[in-house]
Design a protein around this ligand. Sequence first.
Ligand SMILES: [Cu+2]
Length: 493
Amino acid sequence: MKPSKNISRRSFVAGAATIAGSAAVLHKLNAQVQKSGPDTADSTNAPVKTDKASLPQNLPPGEPGKDYNPVITPSGSTLPWKIVAGVKVYHLIAQEVANHEFAPGLVANCWGFNGQVHGPTIEAVEGDRVRIYVTNQLPAPTAIHWHGIFLPNGMDGVSGLTQKPIDPGDTFKYEFTLKQHGTHMYHSHHDEMTQMALGLMGLFVIHPRNPKGPQPERDFAFMLSEWKIIPGTSRPDPNEMTDFNVFTLNAKVFPAIAPMVARLGQHVRIRFSNLSAMDHHPMHLHGVNFKVTGTDGGQIPESAQQVETTVLVQVGSTRTIDFVADAPGDWPLHCHMTHHTMNQMGHGSPNLIGVDKTGFDKKLRKFIPAYMTMGETGMGDMGEMGMPAPKNSLPMVGGPGPFDYIAMGGMFTVLKVREDLPNYEDPGWYQHPPGTVADVASDEDLKRDGVQLPPSDGKTAAAARRFPLDPVCGTAGSIPLLAQRGAARSLSR
Ligand SMILES: [Cu+2]
């Protein structure tokens, strides 16, 4: 039975119901209308209708290794649980975490759970009954919301609306049955701006009970977030609205984020969740294409799964991607917003691009003998050169790589795909087969291919990058710091 296009679904269903005079018939017809296919205007606009009563009810606790392949939270952990009379029991302790290290050189006093920033990943299986205790050791009230999860309204964790705030010292109990699977989150829903800016969040991964189709052999999960930490200070500033300067994957910045390691040919899943205050993150993976298979709203139907190499993870959402790791190598995974792959000191520097520094450097060397201005061709060398920086701060860019310094920091890590792996420990840098690495073209190459070079000014890139031994480098903005360091050096010589 198919409604004609000129009868609205509502009038059609209502009319049919009157004739049949039965709620059961109404239900059946409704189902037929829902199924009537994309050729009716009504059905294309039909909202997602999840019949929650038909979702899995309490099932025996799902077991790792049997019901699912556990998720890996790089640089993070999974929250342990115990089973009490068929219920998975978890305990989160919201607390201040002193000296959380974002990368060597930058620590801050943040808020997290169970001694970690962010909190450990909660992992469970569709049909599990879960009981989650939340103890508040913070100096302020809090409440924990289970983002995207179907649950009774009073378990939703919204302070003031669905529950009393959890006062400092109190322990609340949340209990519900997981009726879905997917990548979800938990986070504070009390004084959200402050508490999330300080780190009160984590991942909540629910595996399918009876998975259909291929399941991932490597399953990684990342929480994306952003912070304002003024160099030299010890706490993130929750009042910042636009000018963030630390961008993290699982509350770490490159080079401190553990790489993802996979064997050639494995089915890999990466789950992204974003609880940044203000920024969406287009996450880009090199070397493969992937399908976006899920959101925090659930699994995406196969016919709607887009093939991508970048997925936009907007604030307050999750995106799950699946792919086959079919190319060996070290492949970057990073946010494609360029300021989000810079560390803290990339901010607020004067623009020195194109500045002729020769006279300036000469004058300044009278006071700071090894002084050298940097930044006139960009910031790529800033981290490597060890530009002076305030205490407790990170340079602009990343860390050492196999060929040179890697000029990316922040939301950047590496997927390491290898043919032979004894285990999933970091295998080190990729050893490229001979002849497969881009390098300086030989005269022979240029001649053979008739490549005409523009006239040279005699400078080579190598010469431009030749620094004085033990230089003291700076930008105009860093001269007060340089002066201290230079003076100290002059005295020590
Ligand atoms: Cu970003």
